[in-house]
Design a binder for this molecule. Structure first.
Ligand code: PLP
Length: 395
């Protein structure tokens, strides 16, 4: 451990077992540590840095906004929020957005909006039950944790928000079995991220949509990790043609500034949160919204979604080759630039650590999945370089 690591361990609450590296700067799809060592980044700050580092025009947009105004509160209008909101609503084809500071807060807002919808529409104060999925991840606040499907994350903090039941992801019957007259919402990721990179089956999402329509239940999709272009669509649900009533997004939304949002479709927007129901001091301030707005502009101008769609077959082919070649890789799963390799016979953490030593950043997911969530701007050559390094680590 060097001095900086020691100072961190001395002062920062130990809630992460950090890797022994101090990052200093980034450029494109590469990071450099304080020793000047270069790393190929297939982690992107956990699916945040969609545009890598110093993407042309991004820094300038943020700097220009800093020179004007960074924060003004939600008591007044600000131009970047108007613009970012318009672009987010247009990209999703939904109706109204609320900006938050994180994915967790986007989930909190989505849950509150769903509860309020059920309360308003049914006039039934006990229509509060939420169905969530096993192995899901929605965040660490009390509300978001309540719907997170990993028991050991939840147990030390109970009692959590009441009325939550867990079904099995991709098992429609297990969801149906939990629906009652008190069900107000069903929440799921479209591609489970932390749980181990599991894409939803089309029939599962369609079935959820039909179930929710039939029973006037709010369908919430958590697009925090799989959204904002990662699957080649702005939002992963768009590739399934199944629209939620409420969606949560964050991570790549600002491509490096802390911002999230929950977005309501017409039905939910018309009968849920009203003035006084919800708020945030920072949420959607001019600084982060200038970033969001610029990210959408760059996505459009530089056809980022097309790029992801075009390069995905190559990415998948290369990963499939690794899976075929190395005994310790038993499967590949994923969608677009959100891919996982299932590692058997050795701890996935060992592979992650070895890759770091060899100059490649990858992360794990679930108990045995090597997760690859690179910046959306990677090219073939970056995939080839990743495969070279990873091959050494899988020997
Ligand atoms: C990361 C993540 C969250 C939580 O977002 P934070 O910004 O860490 O609060 C919620 N849902 C999913 C699917 C995530 O991947």
């Amino acid at each position: 451990m060097n001095e900086q690591m020691e100072a961190s361990e001395e002062n920062i609450l130990h809630t992460y077992n950090r890797f022994p590296v101090v990052f200093d700067r980034g450029e494109g799809c590469y990071l450099y540590d304080t020793e000047g060592i270069k790393y190929l980044d297939f982690a992107a700050g956990i699916a945040v840095n969609a545009l890598g580092y110093h993407y042309p025009g991004y820094d300038d947009a943020l700097k220009a906004q800093i020179d004007k105004l960074t924060h003004i509160s939600n008591l007044y209008y600000n131009q970047p929020m108007s613009e970012a909101g318009e672009k987010l609503v247009k990209a999703s084809g939904m109706s109204k957005a609320f900006f938050t500071n994180s994915g967790t807060e986007a989930i909190e807002g989505a849950l509150k909006a769903a509860r309020k919808y059920a309360y308003t529409k049914s006039g039934q104060a006990d229509r509060h039950e939420i169905i969530a999925m096993n192995h899901s991840f929605h965040g660490r606040s009390m509300g978001a944790l309540s719907v997170t499907g990993t028991a050991h994350y939840r147990e030390p903090f109970e009692p959590l928000v009441g009325g939550v039941k867990f079904a099995d992801f991709n098992d429609l019957d297990s969801v149906k079995a939990l629906v009652t007259d008190k069900t107000c919402a069903i929440i799921t990721e479209v591609v489970q991220g932390e749980g181990g990179i599991y894409p939803a089956d089309p029939a599962f999402l369609k079935g959820l949509r039909e179930l929710c329509d039939a029973r006037d239940i709010i369908l919430i999709f958590d697009e925090v990790q799989c959204g904002m272009g990662r699957t080649g669509f702005y939002f992963a649900w768009q590739s399934y043609g199944v629209q939620p009533d409420i969606m949560a997004c964050a991570k790549a939304l600002g491509s490096g500034v802390p911002v999230g949002a929950f977005v309501l479709g017409e039905k939910a927007a018309a009968a849920s949160l009203v003035p006084g129901d919800h708020g945030t001091t920072y949420g959607g301030n001019p600084f982060v919204c200038a970033a969001v707005s610029k990210v959408f502009d760059i996505f459009e101008q530089d056809r980022i979604l097309d790029h992801v769609k075009e390069l995905t077959p190559y990415f998948e082919k290369k990963l499939d080759e690794l899976a075929a070649k190395y005994d310790c890789v038993s499967a590949r799963r994923g969608k677009g630039f959100m891919q996982g390799l299932v590692i058997t016979g050795r701890p996935v953490g060992d592979v992650v650590k070895k890759a770091l030593e060899e100059g490649l950043l990858v992360i794990s997911a679930g108990s045995d999945v090597l997760r690859l969530v690179p910046p959306l701007i990677i090219k073939k050559e970056h995939i080839d370089e990743m495969v070279d390094i990873l091959s050494d680590c899988l020997e």
